[in-house]
Design a protein around this ligand. Structure first.
Ligand SMILES: [Zn+2]
Length: 441
């Protein structure tokens, strides 16, 4: 921006007045005004508005599902489920997914850490009904009294207890018969709202038959024993008994178990976000090492803060999406739709999280280092036939004149790298000391 006094300049009387009284305070005010204008432009940029609109749309659409799931994840099962423990089904793999053979459990039962260790089995049906077959004492272990009726009576193999939601709060269900897996069960009780045992989906509890093989456990630990102690002990036992598939088992509380899905999403996304933060810190370190006369630390921090904030918005949107995906009703809908819908969506989620991280970084490169506005006006220059003297390159410029970005068309040579050149503050240029520009031309 080489304006000389001979160039045409439109200088209003107000500017002349400011020029004459050009104090430090005026300059500061001008800089702040400029900053606000830049922020306005950022909020008004089309991409930013589209992204915000998308996030708001997803949020509104998914709000009921997200709140009901967050309630289940954080408000819980209607009793103190941090007292009860189970084994994370993702950490044991016997012949069927997540289950343990009865023989192994009988060995575990004899160990010291557990006060109680009871078994149960998930039982799901094609029509979307989820039940749990529970051994005697499982429902009693929660300490919850039924809302209406009684818990499962002992020595009664065809009794059933329903969740409040399954019965829709209708107590006339008691005494009725329900059909599960070609058998009839008589309803003896209805549990209070939100009550769950192990799985978030199960709505019906019936007695566990002796033939059950795909068992999971639920239990309490002795006083003073932590889940980690119990885990160490069970792992040692599994190694001693050559149960290699259980040597990495994890003992978790039921509270951890209900937040499992959410932690899984976090553990997927935290690497992406960590990567963004690492890039941001790396860029900051490079800035601090090299002399950069025209970019101040606060400007640099704002630029990197913009990157972190943008990525945080992306990851929030992904987390919302995930919370919707783990909803039992949504999962049922997708499973009914097609068997491959869930695996495809899982991979799509992973790819989207990588893609959006990459986009976030890429987009950042093409933003002004001062105002974070997208750079415009790409100017291609150079010749592909001349890779030494006149190399192909593209130059972008900030719409507010903060600087120019040089992007090499080829990376054949080490000297080529993406390079940002700041212009001097245009307010400075306008109000520079020296001869007053005149409007003669
Ligand atoms: Zn700019």
């Amino acid at each position: 921006m080489a304006h000389s006094t001979s160039n045409t300049q439109i200088v209003t009387p107000a500017m002349m007045a400011m020029k004459v009284n050009g104090s430090a305070a005026t300059q500061k005010r001008n800089n702040i005004a400029g900053g606000i204008v830049q922020l306005d432009m950022l909020v008004e940029s089309r991409g930013w508005r589209a992204a915000s609109a998308l996030v708001v749309f997803i949020a509104i659409f998914s709000l009921p599902i997200v709140t009901s799931n967050l309630r289940r994840l954080f408000v819980g099962r209607g009793y103190d489920d941090s007292r009860l423990v189970t084994i994370d089904r993702d950490t044991v793999h016997y012949n069927s997914y997540g289950a343990v053979p009865p023989m192994v459990i009988s060995v575990w039962k004899r160990n010291y850490s557990f006060q109680t260790m009871l078994t149960l089995e998930r039982w799901t049906f094609g029509d979307g009904t989820h039940a749990e077959r529970v051994s005697p004492g499982v429902l009693e272990l929660t300490g919850v009294r039924p809302w209406r009726g009684t818990l499962l009576p002992p020595n009664e193999s065809h009794a059933a207890v329903l969740s409040f939601e399954f019965a829709a709060g209708d107590e006339t269900w008691i005494g009725r018969k329900i059909h599960l897996g070609l058998q009839d069960f008589q309803v003896t009780g209805i549990m209070p709202p939100d009550f769950r045992v192990l799985s978030r989906e199960s709505d019906v509890w019936v007695p566990l038959p002796a033939s059950a093989e795909r068992l999971e456990i639920i239990g309490t630990l002795r006083p003073g024993i932590s889940p980690e102690d119990a885990q160490t002990e069970l792992r040692a036992l599994s190694v001693a008994w050559r149960q290699a598939k259980a040597r990495k088992l994890e003992v978790i509380t039921l509270k951890q178990n209900r937040q499992d899905d959410l932690w899984f999403a976090f553990s997927l996304l935290k690497w992406n976000f960590g990567f963004v933060c690492l890039v941001a810190i790396g860029a900051l370190a490079r800035f601090l090492r090299l002399p950069a006369p025209n970019i101040t630390l606060s400007v640099q921090l704002r630029y990197l803060g913009f990157l972190v904030l943008k990525s945080l918005v992306i990851f929030t949107a992904l987390t919302l999406f995930w919370i919707v995906m783990v909803d039992p009703d949504v999962q049922k809908f997708l499973t009914d739709l097609a068997g491959w819908a869930m695996p495809i969506l899982f991979w799509a989620f992973l790819l989207a999280s990588w893609g959006l991280t990459g986009w976030s970084l890429r987009d950042q490169q093409n933003r002004c280092r001062t105002c974070c506005e997208r750079l415009r006006m790409p100017v291609h220059s150079g010749l592909w036939s001349s890779l030494v003297i006149d190399r192909p390159r593209t130059e972008y410029i900030c719409p507010y004149g903060h600087g120019t970005l040089y992007v090499p068309g080829t990376k054949l040579l080490d000297i080529d790298s993406v390079n940002w050149t700041s212009n001097r503050d245009f307010w400075h240029e306008l109000f520079d000391e020296g001869s007053v520009p005149t409007s003669t031309s």
